[in-house]
Design a protein around this ligand. Sequence first.
Ligand code: NAD
Length: 465
Amino acid sequence: MEIRVQEIFDRQVVQQHLLRKTTVEERIAKLKKLKKTLLHMEKAIFLALQLDLRKHEKEAAITEVYFIYSEIDFAIKHLRKWMDKQHKSASITNLLAKNWTQFEPKGVSLILSPWNYPFQLSMSPLLSAVAAGCAVVLKPSEFSPHTAEILKDIIHQTFPENEVTCLLGDKELATELLNLPFANIFFTGSPSIGKIIMKAASQHLSGLTLELGGKSPVLIDKTYPLKEAAQKIAWGKLINAGQTCIAPDYILMPKELIPAFVAEFAIACQEMFYNDAQNMDPNKYAKIINLKHLKRLKDLIGDLDESNGTILWQSNIEDKESFPATLVQLFNLNSRLIEEEIFGPILPIVGFETLNEALNIIQNKPKPLALYIFSNNKQYITSITQACSSGSVCINDVLLQVSNPNLPFGGINTSGMGSCHGFYGFKAFSHERAMMKQSKWSITKLIYPPYHNKDRIFNFLKSFM
Ligand code: NAD
């Protein structure tokens, strides 16, 4: 295996010299070819997502497959502008020169992707890398093997191996790849593995984008209709059974609103995910990826006792691969439910008396990937966004900030660094190069040594700086 990985990498390094010269038309042709393959393989992609996560076809369409179609179309539409020179003003020291910036591909790139949106989170960075003119090695997660196989097929049908290749394996393969001097690494996964990736990237000073996770809080204010908030949060929390990096992780709300919120959440959950009045429908509700994660979620609930929290409501389920939607009220912060990323359908609620109590909780935790606010009070919203840092903010809804390719998607510190989607994805695989062309007449020689008798010219320059 080692020889093969090294051989592919070496061939990509050679090919990268050609890829960096590709025109906008050539790159658009590659993106079109990719979309054509995806359309051709669409049914197989849905089936793989069904087998790995039991995703409903409509859910998979919206959150994974159509999402990528629109990202490809967006890149095709804007690539010419992204690749164009950006003219910049001159400064006093290069007054007559031409100044501009232009993006060049960073070079051979490694993409490591997770299992929760295994198609979207592999394809999104991949198409950005192709738009930017980079060769790519993709290693999808070993925990979503059916999607990994489909990704391999798609890539094999669309690209030569020395341009884009998909290698299947676990962390051993990832470790082997990380030893190679990739020019750029794009990692999506947990903050703990993110640290390993960052350390590995430092060996070769590779460019690095980290799309990580964490606990995304939701603040609900009494000015927002509870039924509406409960419905949106139930959707955002239970889609993919809570295994979403920007899923609402915990709720902070005025104590007195909790009982009404719980009742509305239960109704919303029943309307969206039940097959009858009794049980959640396995055809509408994704499964938990594996037994290890099912046990982890059970243990999180097992951590509760009368001193730290209680279950307020739990859905019924019949199948063994799902975890019930669960609402928990936490009485204090002595629980793993408020410490660890939940990544499942458990939603803890912390009631507060004053907004400051809630802000303190967020401020004392690692910066979240997303911050959700439900309020119709502008001042309330501003006081939260000013007090708390986060990768993104979504007001009066959840998850949808990720769906607009005009917005960057990424975290800050523990929740990540760098961003993706649309232009930001192209940028993650590009180096923005400063360019300057001197004119025939340069005034710079006036400042060359020797410096005697140059006071007047230096004073003149100083007045412009
Ligand atoms: P993970 O960190 O366990 O794995 C991600 C990738 O890293 C996989 O390809 C895996 O094979 C590889 N990997 C695992 N161990 C490794 C090691 N020791 N060395 C090198 N590579 C290794 O993450 P996961 O469990 O697949 O996904 C869940 C996490 O990802 C959650 O924390 C979630 O919040 C986060 N996530 C973030 C985003 C985002 O866009 N910010 C999106 C989805 C998921």
